[in-house]
Write a protein that binds this ligand. Structure first.
Ligand SMILES: *[C@@H]1O[C@H](CO)[C@@H](O)[C@H](O)[C@H]1NC(C)=O
Length: 224
């Protein structure tokens, strides 16, 4: 009975949007199941920006953000390739490598990715700096339903997790917009100034479900 209650507690929490300002998700354990599913009503995208902050001491490969559609498990994925020391951005299963990042362990890193189907460009911003804009795949809209997951990498729509690609650490300030943010807006996000919150995912009104061992905790940046 106790075990059952614990399982219920660990399996799902919430439904209505929560303001996670000043909070973070803690992923304390390497598993093939612990994850957070972020819910959105948006089901079609011709462009987007995704921003998040993360903190880890993983030396191995790991994902940061995984969005799957029925036709593409890696519709959008940011993934650290530890062997080549590159951040991979996958758009519709096509991989673009971003090199030359100072991806230090045990530090918060702010990462934003923009994608635009018309220009067919993808760009990563890393700790305040824009990287090279790169060509990505065909110029059509992405069609949902989208399944967006933190903590595990999807090899199928909502599943196919691999323990060796899981995330261990903390994540915060996850936002997603259905357009590409201007440089100025991205700087405002990175510097924690005033910015328009995401209209696809909004950290200040986030609908999510946690599965297995993931905690919502206060960020440890200040002593308030
Ligand atoms: C994960 O990596 C370990 C160590 O390299 C390996 O032994 C194991 O088979 C891998 N697990 C999976 C599911 O790939």
């Amino acid at each position: 009975m106790k075990l059952l209650m614990l399982l219920v507690l660990l399996t799902t929490c919430t439904a209505s949007p929560q303001d996670l300002s000043g909070k973070m998700f803690t992923f304390p354990l390497k598993t093939n199941n612990a994850h957070v599913r972020l819910l959105t009503s948006v089901d079609s995208l011709s462009a987007f920006t995704v921003c998040h902050r993360s903190f880890t001491d993983l030396k191995k490969d790991h994902l940061l953000f995984s969005m799957a559609t029925l036709s593409n498990p890696n519709a959008f994925l940011t993934f650290w390739d530890a062997t080549n020391k590159e951040m991979e951005v996958h758009i519709r299963d096509r991989t673009t490598d971003m090199a030359g990042l100072d991806y230090k362990l045990n530090m918060w890193h702010s990462i934003c990715t923009t994608w635009d189907s018309t220009a067919q460009l993808v760009q990563l911003w890393f700790d305040g700096k824009p990287l090279v804009k790169k060509f990505t795949t065909s110029g059509t809209r992405m069609q949902g339903p989208f399944i967006i997951i933190l903590g595990q990498e999807q090899d199928s729509h909502g599943g196919g997790f691999d323990i060796n690609q899981s995330f261990v650490g903390m994540m915060s300030d996850v936002h997603m917009w259905d357009y590409t943010l201007s440089a100025c807006e991205i700087h405002n996000y990175m510097d924690d100034l005033n910015f328009t919150p995401g209209n696809v995912l909004n950290w200040r009104a986030l609908e999510f479900q946690t599965f297995d061992r993931v905690l919502v905790e206060k960020e440890q940046m200040t002593c308030q």
